[in-house]
Ligand binder design. Structure first.
Ligand SMILES: [Zn+2]
Length: 289
């Protein structure tokens, strides 16, 4: 099972600090989302494949036509927060308000209930698992926020499953599509999303996918935009991850789509026998059993 997903945000949604005038700042930046979306749409429509799009409420507010197009083409519109704040900087109340705002903005455009979610920067960690409570309260059925390897903004190392699972938390359950990982010398890593996809040679990525039963991907319009401006104030590591190999990434994506059959989350969800997937109990400290 190979799942194709995109996180729909503009080139400047990689910031980690949120000053009070953030909306004004963002409004002054060049808008590049349309060009990025056109390339993605072209690729998917030409190859007749489906994908899930985790969208920011911010994009729905500023560029509703982008969300409308995703929906009109028949792709799943899913939630990726309103303002792309990482989860661990928010209280439960702030998180809920932000996600609710995002969902309302998306649902007002598509007329459909949003049922899938991915946290910004996979920022679901063991100390903010209350997120699962909020997702349940808001009617989210599918989560794709677990990144079971080390990363700067998140990483849920307690999670040992390598495929779709049911997470039980506080008496309710949610269907989880974790980020897929491979293991090398006991270290888990991923190669099928964002900066990781741009970093690893395609031949290696293809081999890793061929060896796996389950592949989750995540791409952003900016991953294929070599002409995007560079944001000030990023750490060196962040700069490298954000801007490395932008010029060849689109060709790699084309090749990936040519080499493998991808489906979206809803198609995958129908194919899975949910009575026979691993069930992971997570407690309030993020322990998994
Ligand atoms: Zn994002």
């Amino acid at each position: 099972m190979k799942i194709l997903t995109f996180d729909i945000e503009d080139w400047f949604h990689i910031i980690q600090k949120y000053p009070d005038d953030i909306l004004e700042k963002w409004s002054n930046y060049e808008v590049r989302i349309h060009k990025g979306m056109d390339r993605i749409f072209e690729l998917l429509l030409d190859n007749n494949i489906n994908a899930t799009f985790f969208c920011l409420g911010y994009i729905a507010r500023k560029h509703p036509e982008v969300i409308k197009k995703i929906n009109d083409y028949g792709f799943e519109v899913a939630a990726h927060s309103d303002m792309h704040r990482v989860v661990y900087t928010q209280s439960r109340k702030e998180f809920k308000e932000d996600l609710q705002t995002c969902m309302k903005r998306l649902e007002n455009i598509t007329g459909k209930k949003v049922i899938s979610y991915r946290a910004p920067s996979f920022s679901l960690k063991t100390n903010n698992v209350w997120v699962f409570d909020v997702l349940h309260e808001l009617g989210i059925e599918y989560d794709a926020s677990i990144f079971p390897a080390r990363r700067e903004d998140g990483g849920f190392m307690n999670f040992k499953e390598t495929g779709p699972s049911i997470i039980k938390y506080n008496g309710h359950s949610i269907r989880e599509f974790p980020m897929s990982t491979n293991s090398f010398l006991g270290t888990r890593f991923t190669s099928t999303g964002g900066g990781y996809f741009r970093f690893f040679p395609y031949r290696l990525i293809r081999k890793l996918i061929e060896r796996s039963d389950y592949t989750m991907t995540y791409f952003h319009p900016r991953d294929f935009d070599s002409k995007q401006p560079m944001l000030d104030g990023l750490s060196l590591k962040r700069k490298f991850k954000s801007y490395y190999n932008l010029d060849t990434a689109y060709i790699k994506l084309k090749q990936l789509i040519y080499d493998f059959d991808f489906i979206d989350i809803q198609t995958a969800a129908k194919q899975i026998d949910w009575d026979n997937v691993p069930v992971i109990n997570i407690d309030e400290k993020g322990n998994c059993t």
